[in-house]
Design a protein. Structure first.
Length: 215
């Protein structure tokens, strides 16, 4: 039996999700909560978290609770925004998935079963753009070997450099990557050091010259 916890700020949404999963014999909804801040109250045996609505992944205590689960928990979020996939990537989860808010009972149950098996799941509209971004990042990382860098850019630094090339400010980059503005500044400084640049314009120019940046 797959133990499921439903997290959504709105009571009606939680009730709706419970009703959608009620017809799946392999699933048992063991707990409901309005926020992930209540994670310390969750049952000990949780296989899949299902979230919907404005759920704060940085809620106090939630990431610590995930760490305590030692990678056992999978998370499915119902959302219509690509940014949610980026947010889930940074969490210590066994598996994660994204479905649109209007997912059917069959889609919801199938996603929960797949996540319990440790698979990545989601609608093409949400996942394909993110997968293309990851493929581009991987291609850029490989090209760094021939770019003459003493120390290659990390995947996150490559993402930040790409967004610098789009002319985004630190605050915008922080929002898109679901990280703090302070962390963005740290990555930018590291990029400057590795490329030998002194400003954004020079970093972008060097990135393009060395094949590290796709404009």
């Amino acid at each position: 039996m797959i133990q499921v916890v439903i997290v959504a700020p709105i009571l009606a949404v939680r009730a709706g999700l419970r009703a959608l999963l009620a017809g799946e014999p392999a699933v048992e909804v063991t707990w409901e909560a309005a926020s992930l801040a209540e994670s310390l109250e969750f049952p000990a045996d949780v296989d899949v978290l299902v979230t919907a609505g404005d759920v704060d992944l940085d809620a106090p205590g939630f990431q610590e609770w995930l760490q305590q689960q030692a990678g056992h928990v999978a998370l499915l979020t119902l959302t219509d925004h690509l940014e949610a996939a980026r947010s889930l990537e940074r969490l210590p989860l066994r598996a994660w998935g994204c479905l649109p808010m209007d997912a059917s009972a069959e889609e919801l149950a199938a996603a929960v079963r797949a996540l319990d098996e440790g698979l990545l799941v989601g609608s093409p509209a949400l996942l394909q753009p993110r997968l293309r971004q990851l493929m581009v990042s991987e291609e850029i990382a490989v090209s760094q070997v021939s770019a003459g860098l003493i120390e290659p850019l990390t995947e996150r630094e490559t993402q930040v450099l790409q967004l610098l090339g789009q002319g985004l400010a630190n605050k915008q980059i922080a929002h898109l990557l679901a990280i703090s503005e302070h962390t963005v500044k740290f990555h930018v400084s590291s990029i400057y050091a590795k490329l030998g640049a002194t400003n954004r314009t020079e970093a972008v120019r060097l990135g393009v010259q060395r094949g590290l940046l796709v404009l």
